[in-house]
Write a protein that binds this ligand. Structure first.
Ligand code: KIV
Length: 275
């Protein structure tokens, strides 16, 4: 294999689908998601048995060096989705729709189609009630959707910074209702970011679709972390993340430890949780 092109050995015997993830929820088995951006990491995730990959628009910060996700474009996303897909043929891959690429349902259709044609199996959109119409339109036409609520990074300027959401009763009720509306509209998965763990637990128990937490406590159906945080590449790591490379001697070891600790409910620990 010239120049270290990743091979596709696999701990996953069959391609992962929405059905796999729903079954895992119904059987009480946690699944694992990593936000990553290139072929070698995608290949390593396959070797490690990571069920779900997110090509997140966090790449604006982690790869491209921006302060937030606002500058990320469709071209950036497509380039990275294609790379991840080349490195992995078993995990389920979801791609973020970047800032303002789904401001109307029609725009969302065009841009979600591009992400799917780049190799994703699903798209992720940030927002609550206002994206329900878009979620219905996409899912009715065969594009699976993952919603993203709580601290939605594309709203950083509206939130006035990266802050925990849903700490007061009124905010918590809005987030809860958003979750229900997204499921009703046809969403297949739901990411909940930086919300109190009790709220994430209530939402997880009231939905049929699997929930994925990041800074949302122990009781979600799955966890997601950004690869840079797992590998200790982030100078000021967020409270909800953990450097797993510190405890292991290698990159595959760090991914494996993250996956095992998530499945065994060791991660997130009390210090990673918001109340
Ligand atoms: O962009 C991203 O990586 C994400 C995760 C942090 C959930 O949205």
């Amino acid at each position: 294999m010239p120049y270290g092109k990743p091979t596709q050995e696999s701990a996953l015997t069959k391609p992962v689908s929405i059905t796999t993830l729903r079954k895992m929820k119904s059987e009480g088995n946690k699944f694992v998601c990593v936000s990553l951006y290139d072929a070698p990491m995608a290949a390593m995730a396959q070797k490690t048995g990571i069920e779900l990959l997110l090509v997140g628009d966090s790449l604006g910060m982690t790869v491209l060096g921006y302060d937030d996700t606002i500058p990320v474009t469709m071209e950036h996303m497509i380039y990275h989705v294609e790379a991840v897909r080349r490195g992995n043929n078993k995990s389920m891959i979801m791609g973020d729709l970047p800032f303002m690429s789904y401001a109307t349902p029609e725009q969302a259709m065009i841009n979600a189609t591009r992400i799917m044609q780049a190799g994703a199996h699903m798209v992720k959109l940030e927002g609550g009630e206002w994206i329900a119409e878009t979620v219905k339109m996409l899912t009715d036409r065969g594009i699976p959707v993952c919603g993203h609520i709580g601290l939605t990074p594309q709203y950083v300027n509206k939130f006035g910074g990266f802050r925990v959401q849903g700490r007061n009763e009124q905010q918590a009720e809005i987030i809860y209702n958003d979750a229900r509306m997204l499921e009703e509209a046809g969403a297949d998965l739901l990411v909940m970011e930086c919300i109190p763990s009790s709220l994430a637990k209530t939402i997880t128990e009231s939905l049929d679709i699997p929930t994925i937490g990041i800074g949302a406590g122990k009781d979600t159906d799955a966890q997601v972390l950004v690869i840079n945080d797992i590998l200790g590449l982030t100078e000021k790591p967020p409270k909800f993340s953990k450097n797993f490379l510190e405890e292991t001697a290698s990159i595959p070891g760090a991914l494996m430890k993250y996956a095992e600790d998530t499945r065994n409910r060791i991660f997130p620990a009390e210090e990673n949780i918001f109340v």
